[in-house]
Design a protein around this ligand. Structure first.
Ligand code: AR6
Length: 231
């Protein structure tokens, strides 16, 4: 009898604790789904041919630095496929550094369809731009300009005519843009990273001293731009 009496409350307690943990865990992540969120692609690591290991170190360092400056907002590194090398590297390095997983995580999906296809709400997205701030050219730049329509091109022109490596520019997206109506994106931040591709302008000819500095500046400018939107 004594055994029975003591074992029942024990089990009940354990189960309720467990259930509580789950409930609290999911409630807090649900609440966080509405937090301001910046989705960004890995700058310079595809068409601009920047070394993935070095880029991953820089991403994790800058994310760790800014995760203290964004309140309850979130930063999400996005790439198109589960095979993405940069996503794997960043995931591993972020875990090593104990980066807060509520504030930073990786996500596989098209950055122009994060909400409609992935259910991930991101009010701000970053673009790996070109120096002319022009549509086309492939990669994420072409995808974002295509998805956002002429609204983004016009809004971008109003803000700037060109961008130098290491800089970023925040462009508010008109509410008539399909990216706004379908995905809930209110701002696009164009970022120009360092270029290691000899076929593209401003090639750094493998100078990774310069390249790493410029990539650090680019992420700092991007995250500062996001902070400026948070107000
Ligand atoms: N959604 C999410 N990630 C994407 C998407 C997408 N739709 N498309 C590409 N990526 P890149 P860069 C990832 O080449 O290296 C452009 O032509 C991609 O897998 O777009 O900075 C510009 O006009 C990679 O991880 O940018 C510039 O001239 C990341 O986005 C030049 O390329 C960046 O790849 C910039 O080159």
């Amino acid at each position: 009898d004594t055994e029975k009496v003591s074992s029942i409350p024990d089990n009940a307690y354990l189960e309720s604790k467990e259930a509580q943990g789950r409930a609290v865990g999911s409630a807090s992540s649900d609440a966080n789904q509405d937090a301001p969120t910046l989705a960004f692609p890995s700058i310079s690591t595809s068409d601009f041919q920047f070394n993935h290991e070095r880029a991953a170190d820089i991403i994790v360092d800058k994310v760790a630095e800014f995760s203290n400056k964004i309140g309850n907002a979130r930063l999400v590194l996005v790439d198109l496929t589960h095979k993405s090398k940069i996503l794997s590297l960043v995931k591993a390095k972020a875990a090593e550094k104990n980066v807060n997983t509520q504030k930073f995580f990786t996500h596989v999906g098209d950055i122009t369809r994060l909400y409609s296809t992935g259910g991930l709400r991101c009010n701000v997205i970053a673009n790996a731009a070109n120096w002319r701030l022009k549509p086309g050219g492939g990669g994420v730049n072409a995808a974002i300009f295509n998805a956002a329509g002429s609204e983004l091109e016009n809004a971008t022109k109003e803000k700037a005519k060109s961008l130098s490596p290491g800089n970023a520019i925040v462009v508010p997206l008109p509410s008539s843009s399909p990216l706004f109506t379908r995905e809930g994106v209110t701002h696009v931040i164009h970022v120009l990273g360092p270029n290691m591709n000899p076929q593209r302008p401003n090639c750094l000819n493998n100078d990774y001293n310069k390249g790493c500095n410029i990539l650090q500046e680019a992420y700092a400018a991007l995250f500062e731009g996001f902070v400026s939107i948070l107000g």
